[in-house]
Design a protein around this ligand. Structure first.
Ligand SMILES: Cc1ncc(C[n+]2csc(CCOP(=O)(O)OP(=O)(O)O)c2C)c(N)n1
Ligand SMILES: [Mg+2]
Length: 386
């Protein structure tokens, strides 16, 4: 992921509307699911569910901090953090049902853990070792598991979106009550696949909710320079999709908007689009240094809107949380991450014979020959064996 170094700090991204409106029914056009959606939106978010989401946000923050440190120590090769986007990521995923699918962009690997996936194999994927369910074949941070209905990040920007429409359309053809959450960044709205996916989704009335994390940056390119139309909802409306813009750092707004859109899609209302307005507080990835292109003042302004601090304040105000409990949760989360690292890091590399698995039910003769050759080489040169 190379980028040209930019010497001058860029102009700050355009400010948000001072006040983001209360959640309302997804979209403006009539959709079959609207009564359900309206009912849900007026109920509000249960404080116990909000607390559950917050706990995972804290765990994700601990994970991000620890993994950045491990990457700098050379213990993992690469990491993409969700720093600053925890509410947008986890509160939207929490609005899905178990049978729903997540097709992520670049920030949503940890939604798997929220949906019940264990920390151990999730972490082992970063080490690419013997405990990694993807057998060391994927770039780190590209976790996936059928057990929680989630495919891996799409690092090729935008290409996940037509796939997500395909998954949703398949569910529709099978008459299954499945909705697909298709995540994307603000930058992905400028990809050709975005146009293909939204046009197709509308035409097929596919049950897909496009969850766009507008974090204001596409690596070193600010929103104002990568797209002429910075109100991303307008881009979705151009394809006939109902579109909402919400405060992506508010658990309540994200959850309620996503829930309404998901239930509308499930009830046959077709696709919709949600712009989650948030901010990438950290680097694009461990291969990036944002101090070379970004004004610290802009970062500081968003640090004051940190979704974790905000959720903590709101939960304390609702008498559902205390400072003491919060301190204990921080410690507990850090300890959980450290324990999971300790449990998987020492695993050796995947067995070389696994290179030949998973592609063919019956390997062709040429592949079988190569497998035998590798086995013979390894037997003759045991030092290269894991
Ligand atoms: C098709 C394609 N073009 C360019 C890139 C290089 N690239 C990687 S991430 C990125 C920016 C993505 O920005 P955005 O969609 O806003 O997601 P964010 O990283 O902010 O979550 C780019 C241009 C790529 N991976 N794929
Ligand atoms: Mg972005």
């Amino acid at each position: 992921m190379k980028r040209k170094p930019v010497k001058k700090a860029r102009r700050a991204a355009p400010p948000l509307r001072a006040k983001v409106k209360q959640p309302r029914v997804a979209g403006r056009t009539a959709a079959a699911g609207q009564p359900v959606a309206r009912a849900l939106a007026s109920v509000g978010l249960d404080v116990r569910e909000k607390l559950r989401i917050y706990r995972y946000m804290v765990l994700l923050r601990s994970m991000d901090e620890r993994m950045l440190s491990l990457q700098r120590q050379g213990r993992i090769g690469f990491y993409g953090s969700t720093y600053g986007q925890e509410a947008a990521t986890l509160a939207s995923a929490a609005a899905l049902e178990r049978q729903d699918w997540i097709v992520p962009g670049l920030r949503e690997a940890f939604t798997m853990v929220l949906r019940g996936y264990p920390l151990g194999p999730w972490l082992a994927q970063l080490f690419g070792n013997r405990a990694d369910p993807s057998k060391g074949r994927q770039m780190p941070s590209h976790q996936a598991s059928r057990s929680v209905n989630q495919v891996s990040w799409s690092s090729v920007i935008g290409t996940q979106l037509p796939h997500a429409v395909g998954v949703a359309y398949a569910a529709k053809l099978r008459q299954e009550p499945v909705v697909v959450a298709a995540y994307l960044g603000d930058g992905a709205t400028s990809s050709s696949a975005f146009a293909e996916a939204l046009g197709l989704a509308k035409r097929l009335a596919a049950p897909v909710v496009f969850c766009c994390q507008n974090n204001h940056w596409s690596i070193s390119l600010p929103l104002s320079r990568q797209t002429a139309e910075t109100r991303l909802t307008k881009k979705a409306e151009a394809f006939g999709l109902p579109a909402r813009r919400v405060d992506g750092n508010s658990i309540d707004e994200v959850y309620l908007a996503t829930r309404a859109a998901v239930e509308a899609a499930r009830a046959g209302g077709g696709p919709s689009f949600i712009e989650l307005v948030t901010y990438r507080l950290g680097a694009h990835s461990t291969s990036d240094d944002p101090t070379r292109y970004r004004d610290q003042k802009e970062v500081d302004a968003w640090l004051a809107k940190d979704p974790l601090a905000r959720a903590k304040r709101e939960l304390i105000a609702a008498r559902a949380w205390t400072d003491a409990k919060d301190k204990a949760l921080m410690k507990e989360s850090e300890a959980a991450v450290r324990a999971a690292v300790a449990a998987v890091e020492s695993e050796g590399p995947p067995d070389p014979s696994t290179l030949f698995e998973d592609l063919y039910a019956e390997p062709p003769a040429l592949l079988a020959e190569q497998q035998a050759m590798l086995a013979a080489e390894l037997a003759a040169e045991p030092r290269v064996r894991p």
